[in-house]
Design a protein around this ligand. Sequence first.
Ligand code: HEC
Ligand code: HEC
Length: 222
Amino acid sequence: MAAAHESGVTGTKQTSAKHATMWARPGRAWPSAAARLFCASATAALAAALLASAALSQAASSPNPVEGLAAWDNIAAVIRHPRCLNCHQSEAPLRGDSRSPHIPPVTRGPDDHGPSAMRCVNCHSLTGNNPSSGVPGAPSWALARATMGWDGLSSAALCRTIKDRTRNGNRSLDAVVEHIERDSLVLWAFNPGKGRQPVPIPHQAFVDLVKAWVASGAPCPA
Ligand code: HEC
Ligand code: HEC
């Protein structure tokens, strides 16, 4: 099972889909349900510890769509935060928690970095937020591509769009995880400078959610 699983996570989408279906059978869910039951009993400490570690290794070794969907709900809440969505627009960036039009008006231009007279980098420093002017900044500051305009999508559509290689910059799920983990603009949203609310969970917690979702077969709501 362990070997089969490894190919499920690191291997092809087809393999993880197969596993997801396999583990969706109700009879397969018993180990974690049993672990929860035992954990409730303070006297069964050793049994609980053993079962908890069994449940943990199960979580790590088997796609579990129920846990995956729970993780997705939390991921969607982050993605829909204004710090992310203000850039993930189909036409032009928005600003602030009120999601107002960008002043001065700016469009994506030929390469998502703005038209020639209004390049994003003219105002948004590559070296980070400007504490005196209050203008946010980070390396590669740009509008997300039009296919990554997520505003107004239902949770299910958002989920499918992020996984869709024709829309997500041809990223595998592992590449999406890596983007969430390292991208300068994702990181900026957790440290957006004075006067802007950061995404309200720690960056590492977000990364862990995305990893758990992918390990669970990256299920999307119906
Ligand atoms: C300053 C603008 C900006 C902000 C802020 C921003 N993004 Fe992006 N995002 C981009 C750009 C530009 C790309 C395209 C990068 C590429 O493909 O080279 C992108 C691509 C992505 C991708 C990969 C494409 C996909 O559909 O899987 C993910 C995932 C992503 N962003 C998530 C986020 C999340 C989550 C946040 C907030 C925590 C965020 N972004 C904030 C501009 C931004
Ligand atoms: C002429 C200067 C200028 C240019 C060019 C410019 N911006 Fe801005 N941008 C600003 C200023 C100033 C703010 C801060 C406004 C505020 O604090 O309310 C801002 C704020 C933003 C925000 C809001 C962040 C948030 O969540 O509150 C985003 C997103 C943004 N810009 C994206 C872009 C993108 C993408 C480009 C290029 C396509 C760009 N900007 C080009 C000046 C500019």
